[in-house]
Design a protein around this ligand. Structure first.
Ligand code: AMP
Length: 816
């Protein structure tokens, strides 16, 4: 019995032991232990796996590397794409000459690593956690000294850390090669690599020898033809020195997995692994549109996506064949209308934000300034165009093109790259005269509009006089065109508001109560009764009256007049829906605004603010933009109100410093709250806060979260970094909304509340952003005042230091 028990125990322990052996991941292949079909190597951190696989329905076997932990088998490298093993007899081993060899049953070598022969007996292969299969001499303890590595022979995939490009010392060109099809890893039609192109490298996809796409040269900041925004997914890098020229990238952090693939149709796609949905998402693709396809419009053209005709001859050029052009066949491109012969008056036209022409016939000088470059091009009659090489630090270096200008496109995102093309005297004249024509037309239109407006003003004023209140009022001549404004007598206002009856009270702001009233002609008004102890003194009063009287915009509340008898009052048009705060905070799901309405309100406020900052005759900084200062008319159009604290500027507004900091905490930009520095960018900060409040339905100031001590901005920022922006959305928001649009708005909001004023966009950019795809927006950096939670009016960032117990770390992101 004892013996029986012992034998059973012995058997169990032996089998457990051997099971443990099988389960142990092995990442090294030694010369004594080959890998057969069915065996695999798994990298030490279990990131990648090497073994045999069959794509799709094929029964062919390929030696490949794939992600170990991603359920959908994703192949990142194939050894014998063109020489499959036709059965399961494949064996990978280290051969006598110290090379990796893949053989079939008949011992035929189907693939081998192409390293030099070595007599060393201690050669091993190891699969690293980067996905790199390396061959090394185990007796040499020098890390990174490989006899061979799969990263030097990419298949159709570039992983983080792989280099795409040249090792000039070894003459090694690492490029990606497409598969024949998604189910056939044999060599396809396309390659993707670095084209040294003489001196300035570009990334180029080729079909055979023919170029299919080029990135444009690296201009010190980015590839000039594919402006990429800084992002939280991957960090690209380009190295260009005497030893190496290559592109590479790193994943943004450990948990982000991306790969880039050259697919069978020649498109370079970047994939991101989505842990939640357990699938890959394509985050961008090159070529991205028709204008990205190399030379799509033929020579001397400008390709513009979105134009009715995407191909346009450059100024001074005409279609080579009008008949072809009329049938929308562009390939023969354009030829110059007038021969360039250095004749008098020839000059250059600037094309902004373009992908510069391919480097076919060109010269380069790295030390020249743009002015010298222009002169150089001007001197040489066959020079067709010039540009800076390096866009950093405002631009330097000189590129000169001779002959045709090929593959030029307008970039949708401004790409720091301008091109100057040579135009003849007559074309230069026509450029100028066109411009002059435009100015003349604009002036005449403006003049006619002015006459019409004047005419209506006179009629309107006469009508108002006839209506009864009867008096107009010349405001003090702060402005040389002193304003005439309607003065209401006190009795009219008392009657209109039923003696300021409590039931007429609409609300109370910082300067006093506001009452609803009705004038004898039936018009509804809102009367702001400025309390004596209100902070608004005579100056503020004059300020607000002067300001609003001059401003006319559908997103600004209209001032009808004022009253100065006994007390000061401002009379506004009445806004039946009151202020925005009552709609976004403390509402129920039933009366919660739908997304479309919230979006229109955001856009309306942005337009109103743009008008204040840029489009009105004056330049105005509001200084107190907040939810209760946005009123809603009967159609829920937003109107900015309360200009008591606004500051007016004649021309450009630069940063201004004040000792008297006015405004509302929670909406104030850090540089304003702490140092009293205000600019349009401090208004933009307030706009960003308001935008985030509208989306979340929560006040920045009163925001509380059980898990952390950030305010609403910090909360938004944290969710953004964790890619959970959708958790930020107001739970009361009725369901039907376009998630990507809401996320885009959060993105814009975060850009507006960035800590550094210079990083915040201006209002015209904000409006453009609200209109564009979120993919093209820059990544936001850390917001200002994101830790604030206390209601103390102190330096709120200090209060965040008490929150050390919180384990969430907010990473600061700086753009590349
Ligand atoms: P204010 O002093 O401008 O902040 O106004 C205080 C409150 O009065 C606002 O939050 C609104 O609820 C209300 N109010 C102010 N102006 C108007 C108006 N023109 N029409 C309707 N309600 C108004």
């Amino acid at each position: 019995m004892d013996i029986l028990c012992f034998s059973v125990l012995y058997c169990i322990s032996i089998s457990l032991f051997s099971l443990a052996e099988v389960c142990k991941s092995v990442d090294v292949l030694s010369s004594s232990e080959p890998i057969r079909d069915g065996d695999t190597l798994v990298s030490a951190g279990e990131k990648f796996q090497l073994g045999f696989f069959s794509p799709g329905n094929s029964s062919n076997r390929f030696l490949a590397i794939w992600y170990h932990n991603i359920p959908e088998k994703t192949i990142v490298w194939v050894a014998n794409g063109d020489n499959p093993v036709t059965d399961s007899s494949g064996v990978l081993r280290i051969g006598n000459e110290g090379k990796l060899v893949l053989v079939n049953q008949a011992e035929r070598v189907l693939w081998s690593s192409n390293n030099m022969n070595t007599s060393s007996q201690s050669v091993v292969a190891q699969l690293l956690d980067s996905g790199n299969l390396v061959l090394k001499d185990d007796s040499e303890n020098v890390s990174g000294n490989y006899l061979w590595q799969s990263f030097d022979r990419p298949s159709n995939t570039l992983l983080a850390g792989m280099k795409l490009g040249w090792d000039l010392r070894m003459g090694l060109d690492r490029h990606m090669t497409s598969w024949k099809s998604a189910e056939d890893p044999s060599t396809g039609d396309f390659t993707y690599g670095v084209d040294l192109g003489g001196i300035i490298p570009q990334l180029v996809i080729r079909k055979g020898r023919v170029k299919y796409f080029r990135s444009g040269p690296w201009n010190g900041i980015q590839f000039s033809g594919v402006p990429l925004t800084p992002n939280l997914i991957f960090i690209p890098k380009f190295v260009n020195n005497s030893q190496e020229v290559y592109y590479t990238f790193n994943n943004f952090n450990e948990s982000t997995i991306t790969r880039s693939v050259l697919n069978a149709s020649g498109n370079h796609q970047r994939y991101l692994w989505n842990e939640e949905t357990q699938e890959w998402t394509v985050i961008y693709m090159l070529p991205h549109d028709a204008c990205d396809v190399y030379g799509n419009c033929g020579p001397n053209t400008m390709c513009i996506v979105g134009d009715f005709q995407i191909c346009n001859c450059m100024t001074g050029y005409q279609p080579k064949s009008q008949a072809e052009w009329d049938s929308l066949v562009w390939s023969s491109g354009c030829v110059s209308k007038n021969p360039f012969n250095c004749s008098k008056g020839e000059g250059f036209k600037r094309l902004e934000g373009v992908k510069i022409p391919d480097l076919l016939q060109f010269t380069m000088n790295t030390s020249m300034s743009l002015k010298e470059c222009e002169f150089e091009c001007f001197k040489n009659c066959s020079c067709r165009a010039y540009a800076n090489i390096d866009a950093t630090g405002g631009g330097s270096g000189c590129l000169l093109w001779f002959g045709d200008l090929l593959d030029v496109r307008k970039l949708s995102v401004h790409a720091n790259q301008d091109l100057y093309i040579r135009v003849s005297a007559s074309d230069l004249d026509s450029v100028n005269s066109k411009w002059k024509e435009w100015v003349a037309v604009a002036i005449s239109v403006a003049f006619v509009v002015l006459l019409v407006v004047l005419y209506f003003c006179i009629i309107w004023k006469r009508k108002k006089h006839a209506q009864g209140t009867g008096i107009t009022f010349d405001l003090p001549a702060e402005d040389e065109n002193s304003l005439q404004l309607l003065i209401f007598d006190r009795v009219t206002i008392l009657q209109a508001t039923n003696n300021f009856c409590d039931s007429n009270k609409l609300g109370e702001g910082g300067f006093g109560p506001v009452y609803k009233g009705q004038l004898p002609n039936g018009q509804e008004i809102a009367v702001k009764r400025l309390s004596e102890d209100s902070r608004q003194g005579l100056n503020e009063f004059k300020n607000e009256v002067m300001l609003i009287a001059k401003l006319q915009h559908r997103n600004l509340v209209k001032l009808l007049g004022c009253c100065i008898e006994e007390e000061r009052m401002l009379i506004y048009e009445y806004m039946p829906n009151g202020s925005l705060d009552s709609f976004i905070f403390g509402k129920t799901r039933e009366n919660s605004l739908v997304w479309r309405m919230r979006f229109d309100i955001i856009v309306g406020i942005a337009r109103g603010l743009l008008y204040l900052h840029r489009d009105s005759r004056l330049r105005i900084i509001h200084r107190d933009l907040k939810a209760s200062n946005v009123l809603l008319d009967n159609e829920m159009n937003p109107k900015i109100s309360d200009f008591g604290m606004a500051r007016v500027f004649g021309g450009d507004i630069s940063l201004v410093k004040t000792k008297r900091i006015v405004g509302t905490y929670g909406y104030m930009a850090p540089e304003y709250a702490i140092d009293g520095l205000f600019s349009t960018k401090s208004d933009i900060f307030s706009f960003g806060v308001l935008l985030l409040e509208i989306i979340s339905g929560k006040r920045n100031r009163e925001f509380n979260h059980p898990d952390h001590c950030f305010n609403l901005l910090g909360h938004a920022w944290m969710l953004w970094l964790e890619r959970k922006a959708s958790d930020f959305i107001d739970p009361q928001l009725p369901n039907s909304f376009d998630l990507s649009e809401v996320v885009k708005c959060i993105h814009v909001g975060l850009l507006c509340v960035q800590r550094r004023p210079d990083d915040r966009p201006n209002m015209s950019t904000v409006l453009l952003m609200l209109d564009s795809e979120s993919a093209s927006l820059p990544q936001p950096k850390q917001p200002g005042f994101y830790i604030e939670r206390s209601s103390e009016h102190t330096n709120v960032e200090m209060s965040g230091r008490n929150c050390n117990s919180n384990e969430i770390t907010i990473t600061l992101l700086e753009g590349r």
